[in-house]
Design a binder for this molecule. Structure first.
Ligand code: A3G
Length: 147
């Protein structure tokens, strides 16, 4: 999994259209979303993650918690973003992984929003520009077999 983490004054999105034949089903009120004072986490789930999705979820949570505590925010935006890797995992598994990340962060008392999966979305972001405001992380399952 590839993650781009941006500490931002806000992130707002608006769904513009379907990017998959069968995108995630969403309610009307999910077509736009916004969080202020947020750690936006753009995530590309990769093929290698399919070897151990649960481990990837746990590793991603650890990285997100680490950065969130350093930038002192409890607001997290989980954002599916298929542009950080040329080895994308299947949409089915990617959605499962992102939903699990959202669920586990909520269990840990974070204020979490997840942008809809499988759509083209307009978004606005206001990066804070401090030294930890732009970070990237790469996560692979421990026993990832080298192809
Ligand atoms: N910017 C708009 C967009 O990226 N849209 C993407 C994601 O929402 C989602 N998606 C599909 N596969 C993946 C994956 N492996 N990891 C993350 N998201 C995925 O499906 C859309 C088309 O690829």
């Amino acid at each position: 999994m590839r993650m781009l983490l941006i500490h931002s004054d806000y992130l707002e999105y608006e769904v513009k259209g379907k990017a998959l034949k069968k995108p995630e089903e969403i309610k009307e009120d999910q077509k736009i979303g916004k969080l202020d004072e947020v750690l936006a986490v753009f995530m590309s789930v990769e093929k290698v993650d399919e070897q151990n999705p649960d481990e990837v979820v746990d590793k991603a949570i650890k990285e997100i918690e680490d950065v969130a505590s350093q930038v002192k925010t409890k607001n997290i935006f989980v954002y599916p973003f298929a542009h950080l890797s040329s080895e994308l995992g299947s949409p089915e598994i990617a959605l499962k992984i992102l939903k699990k990340i959202e669920e586990k962060l909520k269990e840990k008392e974070y204020n979490v929003k997840r942008a809809p999966f499988g759509y083209y979305k307009a978004f606005k972001l206001s990066c804070k520009g401090h030294p930890l405001a732009e970070l990237s992380r790469t996560i692979v399952p421990g026993e990832a077999k080298k192809e």
